[in-house]
Design a protein around this ligand. Structure first.
Ligand SMILES: [Zn+2]
Length: 268
């Protein structure tokens, strides 16, 4: 170990870090070629350096990998949230559709014995089709179906309800679901209460139809007057909205009140 050895050893880290000049590197290399002590020292330093480098590299790789994994995990969590929300939306929408279908669409035929259909002939030849709910408060709707059997026109009149039974607070009022014009009655062979194979014959061509009561005649006369007034005053001929006069409003209100007060025996 000489003074020169100390200078050489001071240079070694710079050479290993490739920060020394070419002259210094040559000086160090030629010295360790003949100085065993310095060569051992130099080798040890190089080994330490390379293992430190490797450690640093490893740490950096690990940090990178961890960062990537973190990003991936975040992306996965986000993706799962989005998928979850989508599934939730689809389920909620489907559920809503399903629920409204089950509770609002009239898909279930009501047995024909649970209601009644009667006819009343008005003076003008029209026939009122009366529905008797038998005091039921079941939510339901009236429907019609015209079919041909052996060239004869059959009119089915039936009640339907949503899949899930629902009830109103008050029992239904019996009423006329429609009026059939005389020419339509002439074309009909039979009117049935029910649908498909389950029905009762309400009327058949040639059978008498009871005359409507005076109250029913009065009801329909007022009803027509009411709707004529309501529809005609709505707009002018060129489609512009018209403001009703106070008198017209009062007339409409009066007709509505009168309609409410008529008790039609066929609908009791
Ligand atoms: Zn030396």
């Amino acid at each position: 170990m000489t003074d020169n050895c100390n200078i050489i050893r001071d240079l070694m880290p710079l050479v290993i870090d490739e920060a020394a000049s070419e002259d210094s590197a040559q000086c160090v290399n030629s010295h360790v070629d003949h100085c065993d002590e310095c060569r051992i020292y130099y080798d040890g330093m190089k080994h330490m350096h390379s293992s430190r480098k490797a450690q640093e590299e490893e740490a950096r790789t690990f940090a990178l990998a961890a960062q990537k994994m973190k990003k991936k995990r975040r992306a996965r969590i986000l993706r799962n949230i989005v998928i979850g929300m989508l599934i939730g939306c689809v389920l909620a929408y489907g559920g809503l559709l399903g629920w409204s279908h089950l509770t609002m669409d009239y898909t279930q035929l009501i047995y024909y014995g649970e209601y009644g259909v009667t006819l009343s002939e008005l003076k003008d030849g029209w026939v009122s089709v009366n529905i008797d709910y038998y005091g039921s408060s079941l939510v339901c709707g009236v429907d019609f179906e015209k079919v041909q059997e052996d060239g004869r026109n059959i009119l089915y009149i039936y009640l339907e309800r949503p899949f899930i039974k629902q009830y109103t607070m008050n029992p239904h009022n019996n009423y006329s679901c429609t009026r059939l014009p005389p020419e339509r009655m002439e074309n009909l062979y039979e009117i049935r209460q029910g649908k498909g194979d389950e029905y009762l014959v309400v009327w058949q061509q040639g059978m008498d139809i009871p005359d409507a009561s005076a109250e029913m005649e009065q009801y329909f006369a007022l009803n027509d007057e009411y709707w004529d007034l309501w529809n005609s005053q709505d707009s002018t001929l060129d489609g512009k909205l018209m403001i009703r006069s106070q008198e017209e409003y009062e007339q409409i209100e009066l007709l509505r009140d009168q309609l409410r007060q008529i008790t039609v025996p066929e609908w009791q």
